[in-house]
Design a protein around this ligand. Structure first.
Ligand code: OFO
Length: 172
């Protein structure tokens, strides 16, 4: 595998692992701060980020490269509000999109079209994720500090995970 591409993929693996940990930290905050639906949704999303990481790991290893795990930062554990949580998620996903786009740029420069093709899945996924988080954030902004509205948003997020309140199940 092209060493430049391999090293960029390893950096992306680290970012996906951090994303998973960040959403886990946010899920924990939601769970202990009275937002069980949001917690369930974020526990599930943490699992999805882990799947994003695993797909990259298998790709690197299958293509003759080798995944090198790197240190990851401890994510924040305190968030001011549900709006703060989803504002940070949206910002983080925009950062991930930029990172995937840069990674794709490296594959083009290096003429590694196989990896470029593999990354198409991530490019599409980022469009979906950014749109999903923008929708959620818009709703939170709309209800503002209204407790009943917030309760409904939390319920809605629970419904998006299958409504078990555990967040244990993942649709990948
Ligand atoms: Fe939330 O996105 Fe990974 O890639």
């Amino acid at each position: 595998m092209n060493p430049k591409v391999e090293s960029a993929l390893n950096e992306q693996i680290q970012k996906e692992e951090y994303s998973s940990r960040l959403y886990l930290a946010m899920a924990i905050w939601c769970e202990v701060n009275g937002y069980p639906g949001s917690a369930s949704f974020l526990y599930q999303h943490a699992e999805e980020e882990r799947i994003h990481m695993m797909k990259l790991i298998h790709f690197v290893n299958d293509r003759g490269g080798e995944t090198k795990l790197m240190a990851i930062d401890v994510p924040p554990s305190d968030f001011g509000s549900l709006m703060d949580v989803f504002t940070q998620i949206k910002k983080h996903e925009e950062y991930i999109t930029e990172s995937i786009n840069n990674l794709y740029g490296i594959t083009v420069e290096e003429k590694d079209y196989t990896t470029g093709n593999f990354l198409q899945w991530y490019i599409t996924e980022q469009v979906e994720e950014e749109s999903l988080f923008k929708t959620i954030l818009d709703k939170i902004k709309l209800v503002g500090k209204d407790k009943a509205g917030m309760f409904h948003i939390d319920k809605e997020l629970d419904g998006m995970t299958g409504g078990t309140g555990t967040g244990a199940e993942s649709n990948g």
